[in-house]
Ligand binder design. Sequence first.
Ligand code: GSH
Length: 338
Amino acid sequence: MPTKLLAVGGSRKVARRVEKPVLYHFVGSFNSGKATFAAQLSAKRDDFDLRLTLHMRDNYTIEYARLNPDTMAVPTMEIDDMVFTDSYDMVVYLMDNYPGAGDKAAIDAGKRAQMLEFVHFAKDWDEYMYTYGHMGEQTSEMANGIRLAHLRQNLAKVLDEKPEDKDFLVDAYVKKIANVQTMKRAQVNGEQKTADLQANISQLHSVLARGSELLEQNGGRFLFGDDLTTADVFFLPIFRMFGMASPAFFDVVWERHSALKAYWERALAHPDVDTGLMKYVSKGTMICAMFGVGVPRLILSWKLGLIATPRLPDAVERRIDEATEQIWASMEGRMNVS
Ligand SMILES: N[C@@H](CCC(=O)N[C@@H](CS)C(=O)NCC(=O)O)C(=O)O
């Protein structure tokens, strides 16, 4: 099975308990979509404090790095006395502690393990390779270039200000920069990318086929019955992403997995899918969010060369190079990286 390019996070217990759950997310982000959708299906649906976090800049501040040193990505969730740094862990926590009607019914029917089996299968597919593979090398160059600039600016600040947790932060930034450099390298056109994308699409078809089988087996409107569940939380964002990155692929999907067209249409007509998932990619919300956080100005500044990418001290540059090579080598033979 090909290796995923995206970082994997987890969870930790903290001393401070939050009154209301806080979700750091961004519109259009695949994994943020799982989190906002799961929040909408959960018993906490009306309580969330949703914070727009531009995942090319805001998730690299020192404050965010302290909150989520594991992936330094979106989504991140603070809930009760927990911090979740991976969409998987936060969604499962919501399912177990604040289940909505669909999850409750599926768990009562003894289907928790079967739901999780599907969730694991679906989440192993690497959406990053698919999305950027379709959006093209130039998009990856720009998005990851902007990311690396902000990461380096913040790491330079840590080295300059020397906070008490400096070593911890330096480790987190070095790892993150290496990870983003690897993601950028994996998108360079050529044999490796073509082979990766091909393997990725074939894995995607297995996930779609498994979803299609579940619909037939369970005979409901959604994957585990007539109500939406955590299994749908890991499945429907894939369709949302087709709409954004590769709309022509829908026809291929409908042809190969015939039960999925009606499933997607039913989902689109469901108010929770609208509020928890699709609203975040509607034109109005996207435009509002992009202007709200200053994306057009950011892109213009990048194109004009106004965003600095500072060089760091030699010892830190060496650590970044070593970490990058290590990640690249660890993928060798597993995602067709050569
Ligand atoms: N395994 C993590 C991956 C999170 C992730 O990579 N998020 C993307 C957006 S979908 C992101 O923030 N990318 C920018 C970055 O990694 O800095 C999860 O499922 O939460």
